[in-house]
Design a protein. Structure first.
Length: 311
């Protein structure tokens, strides 16, 4: 298909999965703009026939010429983890300002904005606060578009979240769980989410804010048990006091400038959030994949489950 699709921040989890599914549906004019060189290289290796270009989206540059004659922009760029506040400002807010201006200047007909369920969360951290500001920026821009708020996602190419947990599980004899591990999550399979984005593009969904939650409520400890089952890991799952777990994560952050898991994320994990579950399978015509099946697809795909992105 000749429709020109721009994916700012498209070398991450959602972007890698979205490119794979767009190509499977026959789309071939796909442009990914991202500043993570390693993950761009992974994308080029896995999908060699698309345009994948290095770009710091928080700074005006040559990358803006790609927006000429574009048909669709799916705004994916996001700083998710880390301890440096300015990185969240640059990657979640400054980049959004430039992209929205490029959409207006080039009269691009279709935008899909990927927000996050955290905009309705009780959490107070860099990611949550800047994602709230980012969504407000999109709403105030005057650009009419669907805004999708996914919960915690997992799937192929998962460098954080469940993907990191699975790799950590294979390396250690004991897998620590904070407290009793009964922190309810609503994990969303990124394959379903990408099919939902494609539905927005193909069915020309004009606007609306949609809370896209996983349809199953799963406790954190049960997520870990499902990963262990699917990956055949031998590690022992051990519950440890929350305070000790917090101290270990804090200590890790003292020696690692980009820790895979931070004390802010631990606090967010223990926040008692429950997100709205709408009937998005009916709204967007996208079937829901049961959690256990999605876990199997994530960790046992013959090609994509072996690909690992960097933080």
């Amino acid at each position: 298909m000749s429709k020109k699709i721009i994916l700012p921040g498209g070398a991450g989890l959602v972007g890698q999965n979205l490119v794979a599914r767009l190509k499977a549906k026959g789309y071939n004019n796909i442009i990914v703009l991202d500043k993570h060189r390693h993950n761009l290289a992974v994308l080029k290796q896995v999908q060699p026939d698309i345009t994948a270009e290095y770009a710091d989206l928080s700074v005006s540059g040559d990358w803006l010429h790609h927006f000429k004659e574009a048909d669709v922009v799916v705004m994916l760029q996001a700083q998710i983890g880390g301890n440096i506040y300015q990185e969240f400002v640059s990657n979640n807010l400054d980049s959004t300002h430039l992209i929205l201006e490029a959409i207006k200047q080039n009269n691009i007909a279709s935008l899909v904005h990927i927000s996050s369920s955290v905009v309705e969360s009780a959490a107070n951290d860099f990611y949550t606060n800047t994602k709230k500001d980012q969504e407000r920026m999109v709403l105030d821009s005057g650009i009419v578009c669907p805004i999708l708020r996914p919960t915690l996602m997992f799937g192929w190419f998962d460098r954080k979240h469940l993907g990191w947990l699975s790799r950590f599980m294979k390396k250690v004899p004991v897998f620590p769980i904070p407290g009793q591990g009964r922190y309810m999550r609503q994990p969303l399979y990124v394959g379903d989410f990408c099919n939902l984005i494609i539905s927005c593009i193909e069915n020309k969904v004009a606007d609306g804010i949609y809370n896209i939650s996983g349809h199953e409520k799963v406790n954190y400890i049960d997520i870990i048990r499902e990963i262990k089952r699917a990956t055949h890991a031998k590690t022992l799952i051990l519950k440890i006091p929350y305070g000790l777990f917090y101290s270990l994560i804090w200590l890790w952050g003292c020696f690692d400038k980009r820790p895979p898991f931070t004390t802010q994320q631990l606090a967010a994990l223990s926040t008692k959030d429950e997100f709205e579950v709408i009937d998005w399978p009916a709204i967007f015509g996208v079937p829901y994949t049961p959690f256990s099946q999605a876990i199997d697809e994530t960790f046992n795909h013959p090609e994509y489950s072996k690909v690992v992105l960097e933080f």
